[in-house]
Design a protein around this ligand. Structure first.
Ligand SMILES: Nc1ncnc2c1ncn2[C@@H]1O[C@H](COP(=O)(O)OP(=O)(O)OP(=O)(O)O)[C@@H](O)[C@H]1O
Ligand SMILES: [Mg+2]
Length: 490
């Protein structure tokens, strides 16, 4: 009887021990008791170390964006400790894909990072100035580790951030020059920015395939040629002159360039520039890896009223002589309707590296548009469309695109509306093919033209309805007026 009782007692004891262990495990692992112990241990360790603090402000002393701040911001997003920390901010990406959720360091948050066996910390410091945007990242690093790891750690941040940029994880920005009135000593900057979300890509631009491939390989070789440019003592920039009638895709091409390269865009409005030195300062305040654009340069140069920017100011700007600012890659783009009345010095060889002509739509471009807008690769009406194009009739891609959008529910109706618009409005402006020429060497021209047709048409209705197409000047884009013979263009 006694043995029987003690067996029961032992069994009960074992069950109790198991239960106790089970509850202890739950308490230790599920309640964060261990985590708290670890944290206390780390705080105790930190207490006995001497730390140094390195600040990375968002703006430098001349209120220019600090590139290191951008890189640190990107780098911190990649840290697993940000995801694992007690709390952090979830924000929607301000970039192209607004459905993306990204993690952002909270102003009250400190996160750790490990590098070469050393532990470093990052936190935010928001400075309360008149400009509420003044933010600073602070790197906290043990004094004993500083000499060993600081430099390699900063290099590591550069490498990781550059990789992330190349993978398109950087949110691109569109900068616009704010005008003289907003530049002051109180921290106001020359450039204002908004997220750059233009969806245009080189694939969605309708242009000759050969030309597109040449542009792509030109850009790729530009990206790889840092040493080459340095050896030649030349500014590491590439410049493009885009010319062609309104609505042929020049601005869309600029956006496509930025998306292709993953570069920010600086859009210079010359009417907001007070003078040549202001223009230089604007260029000085652009950041590397950017596309700097001046739109409608011909219109500006031919304007009667003076804006303070001289031709030589523009030429210096185009040459990017400010080597100090342009040591790193920049793409410059100038757009214009036509090169005909432009001062020859602007077109001098080597001033602008690549000239690209944006013509009115031809059949090949039409097919790209039909694919983009209607999802149609082939259609029974295509031969008819081709014949009309072959006879010289043409419209701008913007006009054709609008017709397709308006009739997008029925591809057949859309193509028919394009056919009828080409027959009534296709005024033979499409007599020049697109071309890319290095140092102003032009591609051949086509001479097919067709008579101008008067009368109200869908395209004209569209023009009136949307007011989409800016009529720049009668001399430069006569075909939009309908009253001037297309032969007088060019
Ligand atoms: N070559 C093209 N490929 C694809 N879409 C185009 C093309 N050209 C124009 N479009 C469409 O037409 C619209 C207007 O084009 P965009 O603003 O790029 O023309 P633009 O040449 O800059 O005109 P402007 O000289 O009036 O500024 C855009 O919505 C664009 O999508
Ligand atoms: Mg444009």
């Amino acid at each position: 009887m006694m043995v029987y009782k003690s067996v029961w007692f032992v069994l009960l004891l074992i069950v109790l021990i198991f239960l106790a262990l089970f509850f202890l495990r739950v308490i230790l692992f599920k309640t964060g008791f261990i985590y708290t112990l670890k944290k206390l241990w780390r705080i105790a360790q930190d207490y006995f170390h001497v730390y140094q603090f390195f600040k990375v402000p968002e703006l430098d002393e001349s209120f220019k964006e600090n590139q290191l701040f951008k890189k640190v911001s990107l780098y911190l997003q990649s840290l697993p400790s940000l995801e694992d920390s007690d709390f952090t901010n979830l924000v929607t990406s301000s970039g192209k894909n607004q459905n993306d959720i990204v993690l952002r360091l909270d102003p009250k948050q400190t996160i750790g990072d490990e590098f070469l066996g050393a532990r470093v910390f990052w936190f935010h410091e928001a400075e309360q100035t008149s400009d509420s945007k003044a933010r600073t990242f602070v790197l906290k690093i043990r004094k004993a580790d500083k000499r060993r790891i600081l430099r390699p750690y900063l290099q590591h941040i550069h490498i990781v951030a550059d990789e992330m940029e190349q993978q398109g994880k950087r949110d691109l920005k569109l900068y616009m020059n704010a005008g003289a009135q907003s530049i002051g000593g109180d921290g106001n900057v020359r450039w204002r920015s908004v997220p750059f979300t233009h969806p245009s890509t080189l694939d969605t631009i309708a242009m000759e395939t050969d030309l597109k491939n040449k542009v792509k390989s030109d850009l790729e070789s530009f990206l790889k040629s840092k040493q080459y440019y340095q050896r030649l003592g030349r500014v590491w920039k590439r410049s493009f002159l885009l010319y062609g009638p309104s609505g042929t895709g020049k601005s869309s091409f600029v956006a496509a360039l930025a998306n292709f390269l993953n570069y920010d865009v600086y859009d210079i409005d010359l009417s907001n520039v007070t003078g040549d030195s202001d223009l230089k300062l604007l260029l000085l305040e652009t950041t590397p890896k950017s596309v700097v654009v001046i739109e409608d340069l011909d219109r500006f140069l031919m304007q009667k009223k003076s804006t303070g920017v001289s031709l030589s100011g523009v030429l210096n700007f185009m040459d990017g002589i400010l080597n100090s600012c342009c040591a790193e890659e920049r793409i410059m783009v100038f757009t214009m309707t036509s090169k005909d009345q432009i001062d020859p010095s602007i077109l001098r060889p080597s001033r602008v590296d690549v000239h690209i002509h944006f013509p009115l739509c031809d059949f090949a471009s039409f097919k790209v548009l039909a694919n983009n807008y209607l999802g149609v690769k082939d259609h029974k009406l295509f031969p008819q469309v081709q014949e009309i194009f072959d006879n010289g009739a043409s419209l701008s891609p913007a006009e054709i695109g609008e017709l397709m959008i308006a009739n997008r529910t029925s591809p057949t109706r859309a193509i028919k509306s394009v056919i009828s618009a080409l027959q009534t409005d296709g005024d033979g402006r499409g007599s020049r093919r697109s071309g890319l020429s290095n140092d102003a060497e032009e591609l051949e021209e086509r001479s097919a033209r067709s008579p101008l047709n008067d009368g109200l048409s869908t395209v004209k209705d569209l023009r009136r309805l949307y007011g989409l197409f800016r009529v720049k000047s009668n001399a430069k884009s006569p075909s939009f007026d309908g009253g001037v013979s297309p032969r007088s263009e060019r």
